[in-house]
Design a protein around this ligand. Structure first.
Ligand SMILES: Cc1cc2nc3c(=O)[nH]c(=O)nc-3n(C[C@H](O)[C@H](O)[C@H](O)COP(=O)(O)OP(=O)(O)OC[C@H]3O[C@@H](n4cnc5c(N)ncnc54)[C@H](O)[C@@H]3O)c2cc1C
Length: 412
């Protein structure tokens, strides 16, 4: 006997899709190739799981970087508040942190996974682990089920592909959904890394590995055109730069790497105008008159950054402060507000927090998430060509599209 719905992939999208369909009376099986559910969910938010964002719809739409309009129906049918209510009903209390990020009070992603597993169980979803799907079977333009890696067939009227993207593939997201949908005639927008660290050219930046700069502003400039400006925390690494501000920037740069290198203009003091910064320098120089330049900037910069800034300004670090000319002070202030880092590319897709690209949204009905090409085939989560910035938006997209696809499968 067949199933009403076969869900492929036990990540947040698949789990919610399966539960939503079963809640509405469908006989549902969830097939997951890993030995457990939610392997990627487990590592989200450094194990704390930034499950959604508490912002309003406008805020959500501002933070979605690819195909926001496509997501309207999904986000309206299962909003951040719906998710928070569901988690509460399943015994997971939540809290809101900086930037309206929502986490479980326990700070444990495993609590979210356990709750969703219970939700599946209570709705009588049959969960089969260690079960890898190889392809979706079809008759004419309708789905008939799936074929497993071991060659056996699982029959089902409808199939929901929730196999995730291509990043952090050790968690099971190995791009299988792109291949399976491609076999059925779907086009796949080239998967590219998003929310990913950037590789840079400057040796001084790599030498600063481990140093974090807080509250800086970074503008990405390609061919003299500013692509985006972001504000936040920057981290130097052995290959270049990372940290929240860089991850956000990377999501806007995904279509610009053919025009690399990209210039990153870092403003270390975005809250001060150049005149205010100059006044601040004059005050500090008054206090440290008899010191050498390298010993006079401690109030403005982290220790390791001082020789770098002095070097980039072309000044002599041993010059005594009362010998520094106005021109030299100007140079220093300008460097504070405009350090250039040359980004030559991104780290590989495997290291990206999300995959940008995926199943072409033009071939999916945004109100049901059913394929426009194959009847009975649905999509949810990162396998679709959608992605967002950090802050809980990507998980909400997975949950919302999961819910909408599962409930539409039950209605159609
Ligand atoms: C390190 C890291 C931290 C993150 N932190 C956050 C965060 O705090 N907040 C946030 O909003 N987002 C975060 N994300 C992004 C978020 O985890 C993903 O966007 C989300 O997990 C996508 O959900 P999904 O269900 O579509 O896919 P996935 O979670 O990737 O799940 C897909 C599932 O399908 C299974 N599968 C694949 N192919 C097959 C097959 N052939 N047969 C059977 N099963 C298959 C996989 O094994 C996997 O379990 C983070 C991502 C990473 C990598």
């Amino acid at each position: 006997m067949g199933y009403d719905l076969i869900v492929v992939g036990g990540g947040p999208a698949g789990m919610l899709g399966a539960a939503a369909a079963a809640e509405k009376g469908l006989k549902v099986v969830l097939l997951e190739k890993n030995e457990k559910l939610g392997k990627k969910l487990y590592i989200t938010g450094k194990g704390r799981c930034n499950v959604t964002n508490n912002g309003d719809m406008d805020d959500f739409l501002r933070n979605i970087t690819t195909n926001k309009k496509f997501l309207y129906s999904s986000l309206y049918s299962f909003s951040n508040q719906s998710l928070i209510e569901l988690l509460h009903s399943l015994g997971v209390k939540t809290k809101v942190e900086r930037g309206s990020r929502v986490f479980p009070v326990s700070d444990k992603s495993s609590d979210v996974i356990k709750a969703l597993s219970r939700h599946l169980h209570e709705n009588h979803v049959e969960v089969r682990l260690n079960t890898e799907v190889k392809r979706v079977t079809q008759e004419g333009s309708c789905t008939t089920g799936v074929m497993l890696r071991n060659g056996s067939l699982v029959k089902g009227q409808k199939v929901l592909l929730a196999t995730g993207g291509l990043s952090y593939h050790q968690t099971g997201s190995t791009g299988d959904g792109y291949r399976m949908a491609g076999q059925l005639g779907h086009s796949v927008i080239e998967p590219k890394p998003a929310l990913v660290p950037l590789v840079c050219r400057e040796k001084w930046a790599k030498d600063l590995q481990g140093l974090t700069l807080k509250n800086v502003s970074v503008s990405a400039v390609v061919n003299n055109r500013a692509v985006t400006e972001q504000f936040g925390e920057l981290l130097f690494t052995h290959f270049g730069v990372s940290g929240p501000v860089i991850l956000s920037i990377s999501s806007y740069l995904k279509n610009y790497w053919s025009q690399a290198p990209v210039k990153l203009w870092v403003d270390l003091k975005p809250a001060l105008s150049i005149e205010q910064l100059d006044m601040r320098l004059q005050r500090d120089f008054q206090t440290y008159q008899s010191k050498h330049l390298k010993n006079a900037l401690d109030d403005l910069l982290p220790q390791r950054m001082i020789p770098v800034i002095i070097g980039l300004s072309g000044l002599d670090e041993h010059k005594q402060i009362n010998q520094i000319t106005r021109l030299e002070r100007d140079k220093l202030a300008h460097t504070f507000k405009n350090i250039t880092i040359t980004a030559t590319g991104t780290r590989p897709l495997a290291e990206a927090i999300v995959t940008s690209g995926g199943i072409n949204t033009k071939e999916i009905n945004s109100s049901t998430l059913e394929s426009k090409l194959i009847k009975g085939l649905y999509f949810a989560g990162e396998v679709i060509d959608v992605d967002a910035l950090t802050g809980g938006y990507n998980l909400q997209i997975a949950f919302s599209t999961g819910y909408l696809s599962g409930s539409s499968a039950a209605q159609n």
